[in-house]
Ligand binder design. Structure first.
Ligand code: IPM
Ligand code: MN
Length: 352
């Protein structure tokens, strides 16, 4: 497996260092090759004048997967010179047809994972041609949302592949059926696929889903939903879990095409104010790494070890600022990551 490492902006470099160290360790070095760091995002623009420099694009074409840190604001880059660095991520997804998002949020309190599967191309995530800008005074702005039945079916199939026919907890499909034609299509298609698979699901309107996910009810095992709803709800689930850094994110191309077929990243942003201070929580990057290692039988046992190592290390209470209890001294990114790497190595060598 060849992995292109794109640290990107802000804390992206710091939070991916631990996962890259693990990928390059004796545990995985025979199975995985890491190339990079390759420039992307605001810092890529700063260095090369392009959001996705050609060398980075070439590296992604030659790799199986991308490990990305973050794209967004970076303290070293003038905001006015590069106003929308996020477009580099949208562009990478589009370029390699990474059309489905799978996110795993880990709740340290009970060790359970909530998975969110959504479409990343089509729906609310449209091309530039589907956005009509207003002049801000007199002309209208418009965004076109288009979904096809196969796009919805693919997302549902992937979600049910992950839960199997007997999910251990609730599976919900989220839409705004009462308002949108795309949501009515969504509900019809997801119902059909669930019936074919024999999986019991609940349909929940997005506002109600937001309430339920934010309440004290147990979190569902799986949330299946449209792109923008999933973007919002996955952050909300992170809020329940305790930190935006508790989410690993995969953007995947389930079939066909060429070049990288998946991009793995923590779901959080570039956190410019925390950049360079060795404070950010690298858990999301490790969870993204676990999702990557899940895709190959030869590395699956390491994925399990990573998740168990994260839970073990978080349970010590010696954690980064976002998870540290009041009155305790937080540990830095590097120290926490080193402990996760060491514990993963211990757990994985017992497993193999
Ligand atoms: C995410 C981000 C992206 C998205 C942005 C940066 C385009 O919020 O990955 O959750 O909306 O998908
Ligand atoms: Mn988001």
């Amino acid at each position: 497996m060849r992995i292109a490492w794109l640290p990107g902006d802000g804390v992206g470099f710091e939070v991916t260092q631990g996962p890259v160290q693990l990928l390059r360790s004796p545990l995985l070095a025979d199975l995985v090759e890491v190339t990079g760091p390759w420039p992307v995002g605001a810092t890529g623009f700063h260095q090369t004048g392009e959001l996705r420099p050609p060398e980075t694009f070439e590296a992604c074409r030659e790799a199986d997967a991308i490990l990305l840190g973050a794209v967004g604001e970076d303290p070293a880059v003038d905001k006015a010179a590069c106003p929308r660095p996020e477009l580099s991520l949208v562009g990478l997804r589009r370029e390699f047809d990474l059309r489905v998002s799978v996110r795993e949020v880990l709740s340290p309190s009970d060790g359970q994972v909530t998975t969110v599967v959504r479409n990343l191309l089509g729906g609310a995530y449209t091309g530039e041609e589907d956005h009509e800008e207003s002049d801000g005074v007199s002309t209208e702005a418009a965004d076109r949302i288009v979904l096809t039945p196969p796009q919805v079916a693919e997302v549902a199939e992937i979600a049910f592949d992950l839960t199997g026919t007997a999910p251990s907890r609730r599976v919900i499909s989220v839409d705004k059926w009462s308002l949108y034609a795309t949501s009515r299509l969504w509900r019809d298609v997801v119902t059909r696929v669930a019936d074919e698979r024999g999986v019991g699901i609940d349909h929940v309107l997005v506002d109600r889903a937001a309430y339920e996910l934010a309440s004290t009810r147990p979190l569902p095992q799986m949330v299946i939903t449209e792109g923008l709803f999933g973007d919002i709800l996955s952050d909300l689930i992170c809020g329940r879990a305790g930190s935006p850094a508790l989410c690993g994110s995969a953007s995947i191309r389930p079939s066909g095409g060429s070049g990288v077929s998946a991009l793995y990243e923590p779901a959080h942003g570039s956190a410019p104010a925390r950049t360079g201070h060795d404070v950010a929580n690298p858990t999301g990057s490790f969870l993204a790494l676990a999702m990557l290692l899940d895709t190959d039988d030869a590395t699956k046992h390491v994925a399990d070890a990573v998740r168990r190592a994260l839970l073990e290390e978080i349970a010590t209470g010696e954690v980064t600022y976002d998870l540290a209890a009041d009155g305790t001294q937080p540990v830095g990114t590097r120290e926490f990551a080193e402990r996760v790497v060491a514990t993963t190595e211990r757990l994985a060598s017992v497993a193999s």
